[in-house]
Design a protein around this ligand. Structure first.
Ligand code: HEM
Length: 504
């Protein structure tokens, strides 16, 4: 007997067979990856998407990771797409990653969008661990971000901050958008320090940088399926970012050329581009001479470092003080007591503001602007706590969850700056329950710079003004929702009414 199967049925059967075959391969690969290795515990994964459904369902990844870690533990394995992630959520495990096994975990993953924006991942923050990174990091630590260099830019910070006070005073009694004012001034400081005063591109650069950074927030699907090369070609974010990057490059090259052609003696103050050009000249005949693109990458580091994170800390600090009027009062009393003799705030007496420094620390505990730090990647296979971590595993350290760990922090969710007064706990990367700047080899090299542009504006805002919420809103009603992006700031701009304090 002959069996007749219509042509459409044959196509259907072949398609079904192929589908089952592909599914079988995916499940086999997924099982193979998971079953032979004793990975840290984690939620059950679905083929192809892994745990993406769990992460995507939450608006903020650091919140979702904290909830999952409560169930699966402080060393948790997640599969996002086809990539393995380890999520670290306790001080003990953070120490394992960033101290005990720092050398294994000091690489950064090669992510599509950050690679495009950062001259093929040649900025310090995203470059592969190796000789190039070491050379740039050394320049950064010794030349660009040293305490001495940061101190040399004091006048710029003081001038910009006194302009901030003037512009706020001009709107006394009416609602101001403090978010925009702080962002603008911090950007102004960073631009003057990096490029010098004469720069005509400041505003264009700012807009192009904002556009580029807005595209970097979140996880790019391409980075979760590195084996599917076609995704790289069709990514819309990639096309947009390439355009923004070209615009930024033209401006940066123009700034460098301008510095090269103008006479150094004509300019009174040395800016970061001058410093970098000097280093470039000195290194000209060395084994690894610095190219113009390398210089542009370092300038970008300063902008993303200075321009994105520090204003977030100022605005969270102000928000918490508005929400906690007793803290605001105590901080104001201190600043006014210290500076009343002078009648204005400068940097000379900032070291006396013990309580304000604690406010800054407490702000960074509850609101680290990089709650998951910057992702790392393991360079080789390694064992942690009896679990196996394969090479090339991406690692995220949940500094936000660690800063709220009730085993280390009494009333962990409350804003209590006094916990830091007389406490030896610091953000220098040795106290693993408090790591807003990370720790180990890849720790933030810009702490000195960052603190200088957080403490001064806060001291100014507290010294010169009392603050009220608009529309008769009560202090406790201030919205503290977080935004989602490359850094985590306030979702809604902070609008407040300044009342100028008149001193005789
Ligand atoms: C409140 C302000 C800031 C915060 C919260 C912050 C936080 C961080 C964090 C968490 C990391 C990753 C650390 C790790 O992987 O362990 C980092 C890296 C870095 N930060 Fe900052 N940062 C701030 C300001 C700055 C400033 C002002 C600069 C420079 C002007 C800067 C430059 C860098 C650089 C270059 C890296 C990459 C280091 C490397 O990979 O070797 N940061 N920062």
């Amino acid at each position: 007997m002959e069996l007749h199967i219509p042509f459409s049925n044959i196509t259907f059967m072949m398609a079904s067979f192929l589908f089952i075959l592909v599914l079988f391969k995916i499940v086999k690969r997924w099982r193979g990856n998971n079953s032979t290795v004793n990975l840290p515990p984690g939620p059950w994964t679905l083929p192809f998407i892994g745990n993406m459904h769990q992460v995507i369902s939450s608006s903020l990844p650091h919140h979702c990771f904290k909830d999952l870690a409560e169930k699966y533990g402080p060393l948790m394995h997640l599969k996002l797409g086809e990539v393995s992630y380890i999520i670290v959520s306790s001080p003990e495990m953070a120490k394992e990653i960033m101290k005990t096994n720092d050398l294994t975990f000091c690489d950064r993953p090669n992510l599509l969008l950050s690679t495009i924006l950062t001259y093929n991942a040649t900025v310090i923050a995203f470059s592969t661990y190796g000789e190039y990174w070491r050379q740039l990091r050394k320049i950064c630590v010794i030349e660009l971000l040293s305490a001495k260099r940061v101190q040399s830019f004091r006048t710029i910070r003081e001038e910009e901050m006194s302009n901030l006070v003037k512009s706020i005073s001009a709107s006394e009694g009416s609602v101001i958008n403090l978010t925009q004012k702080i962002l603008g001034r911090t950007y102004g400081i960073t631009a003057r320090i990096a490029f010098g005063k004469r720069n005509i591109h400041q505003e264009t650069f700012k807009l192009a940088m904002e556009e580029a950074l807005s595209l970097l927030g979140g996880v790019c699907i391409v980075d979760l399926y590195p084996s599917i090369k076609m995704l790289r070609r069709v990514s819309r974010a990639k096309t947009k970012l390439e355009k923004a990057t070209r615009d930024l490059d033209i401006i940066l090259q123009d700034i460098i050329d301008d510095h090269k052609s103008s006479h150094r003696e004509e300019r009174k103050d040395e800016d970061l581009v001058d410093v970098l050009l000097n280093i470039q000249q000195e290194n000209y005949h060395s084994e690894h001479p610095l190219t113009d693109d390398n210089l542009k990458a370092v300038i970008q580091d300063s902008f993303t470092g200075g321009g994105e994170t520090s204003p977030g800390a100022v605005l969270w600090g102000m928000s918490e003080m508005v929400k906690n009027p007793k803290v605001m009062e105590e901080a104001q009393d201190e600043v006014r007591r210290v500076f009343d003799g002078k009648g204005f705030v400068d940097e000379t007496e900032l070291h006396q503001l013990i309580y304000l420094k604690s406010v800054v620390k407490e702000t960074m505990r509850l609101h680290p602007t990089l709650p998951l730090l910057v992702p790392r990647e393991s360079r080789e296979r390694c064992q942690i706590n009896g679990y196996e971590i394969p090479a090339k595993t991406r690692v995220m350290v949940n500094a936000w969850a660690i800063g709220r760990d009730p085993r280390y922090w009494v009333e962990a969710e409350s804003f209590k700056p006094e916990r830091f007064v007389n406490s030896p706990i610091d953000f220098k990367g040795t106290d693993f329950e408090y790591i807003p700047f990370g720790a180990g080899r890849r720790m933030c090299p810009g702490i000195e710079f960052a603190i200088s542009i957080v403490e001064l504006p806060l001291a100014q805002l507290l010294y010169h003004f009392d603050w009220k919420l608009p529309n008769g809103m009560k202090n406790e009603e201030l919205d503290m929702t977080e935004s989602f992006g490359i850094t985590v700031g306030r979702k809604y701009d902070l609008s407040l009414i300044p009342i100028t304090r008149h001193t005789n």
